[in-house]
Ligand binder design. Structure first.
Ligand SMILES: *Cc1c(COP(=O)(O)O)cnc(C)c1O
Length: 387
């Protein structure tokens, strides 16, 4: 890939970071199942000395993810939480964080139950309200953590505006791009400092691996993050890296179908008599539709729906599907349904959940790439439980 013009997304997805193996010509990056590397003389290595620090399969993945996000540096982690944990370690006791008020439950848990005891304080705000956001800054604010679209309400905040405010105040910004993926949205290009991913989701794409990643552009920042990655050792194994690398090759094709199916599902649900509200950034009725369409290529693969139902009925609906599987997680080729209040978001206190708009009757769909007609027939059958 040394042509003059920058390669398109699909070409980068398939080739970036990867060359045929020089000894055999194998077209696929080998899974380097090795912990150590033989040195020609003390400290004379071929660039690898120990696999917590570096492993060639991981290097290929890190370069591939950096290329997809349009960044210079990628870092692989054992999970999305290990990646986000790494970012928090840039801070010190006494620092202040501003975070979105409907962040991934695990990120909320990390801030609330593990980091506040080290004297790190966090203010949770609605990041779609820039005035509220600006009002949350304190002299000791060092980091802004955001997601867009958020989980599970799929609210979209203005990445460019938030990044600009952070830059003006010399505060770091981290965007968790797990839901949108680099195919749909590129936070670094809009001015964010760090992009975080749970590669467990769309990047891996096949529900067969847990992993995480960070991508950044600033070399000094990257070195700090890499120092932490190596010191704490939350790194992914080579087989995991191989699986994510295999997933990213088809990211663009999968995302196109995820988006088409999700839009069809959202449109179908929006006209259903037992549906109170559909949350999907690709629908014009979504409150952040305009900003979503400005910074995203399409609406994404996630749809949340508030049923005209009690909690018990909503749970019953969740257990009535034939094609959608009742499970946590998202972003795989197969469709999943989740009841956030009792599953993925159960660690957030009920009152706080409702205050941020997460109703008990909300169900979240990770729309897969099966046939659209089968997904809609399955939803139709399940919603008949509410008759
Ligand atoms: C799943 C997820 C995470 C956590 O990633 P793991 O790989 O499960 O550790 C973080 N952020 C978002 C938005 C997620 O969906």
């Amino acid at each position: 890939m040394n042509s003059e013009r920058p390669a398109g997304f699909g070409t980068r997805a398939i080739h970036a970071g990867q060359q045929p193996d020089p000894t055999t010509g194998a077209i696929m990056t080998p899974v380097f199942l090795t912990s150590t590397y033989v040195q020609e003389a003390p400290a004379k290595t071929k660039g690898y000395d120990y696999s917590r620090s570096h492993n060639p399969t991981r290097t290929a993945l890190e370069q591939n993810l950096a290329a997809l996000e349009g960044g210079r540096f990628g870092l692989g982690f054992a999970s999305g939480m290990a990646a986000i944990h790494c970012v928090l370690n840039l801070l010190r006791s006494g620092d202040h964080v501003i975070a979105g008020n409907d962040l991934y439950g695990g990120t909320y848990r990390l801030l609330r139950t593990l980091y506040d005891k080290f004297g790190l304080t966090t203010t949770f705000v609605d990041l779609t309200d820039l005035q509220q956001f600006e009002g949350a800054f304190r002299p000791n604010t060092k980091l802004v953590m955001l997601e867009t679209p958020t989980n599970p309400l799929l609210r979209c905040c203005d990445l460019g505006a938030i990044a600009q405010i952070c830059r003006r105040r010399s505060v770091l910004s981290m965007a968790d791009n797990t839901f949108a993926t680099p195919f749909l949205q590129n936070p670094l290009a809009l001015g964010c400092d760090i992009v975080a991913h749970s590669t467990t989701k769309y990047l891996g794409g096949h529900s067969d691996v847990v992993g995480g990643a960070l991508v950044s552009n600033d070399e000094a920042l990257h070195k700090q993050l890499m120092h932490f990655q190596n010191s704490c050792g939350g790194t992914p194994g080579p087989m995991d890296c191989f699986l994510v690398l295999r997933g990213t090759k088809t990211l663009h094709v999968r995302m196109q179908r995820h988006c088409e199916n999700a839009l069809a599902v959202a449109q179908w649900l929006a006209q259903h008599p037992r549906v109170a509200r559909v949350h999907y950034p690709g629908l014009p009725s979504h409150p952040n539709h305009a900003i979503a369409m400005r910074q995203m290529r399409a609406g994404g693969g996630m749809v949340s729906v508030e049923l005209k139902a009690t909690v018990e009925q909503a749970k019953q609906v969740c257990s009535s599907f034939g094609v959608f599987s009742l499970a946590e997680s998202l972003g795989g080729v197969e469709s999943l349904v989740d009841h956030p209040a009792s599953m993925t978001h159960a660690s957030i206190p009920a009152e706080e959940r409702r205050r941020s708009g997460l109703e008990d009757g909300l169900i979240r769909l990770s729309v897969g790439i099966e046939d659209e007609a089968d997904l809609i027939a399955d939803l139709d059958r399940a919603l008949q439980r509410l008759r």
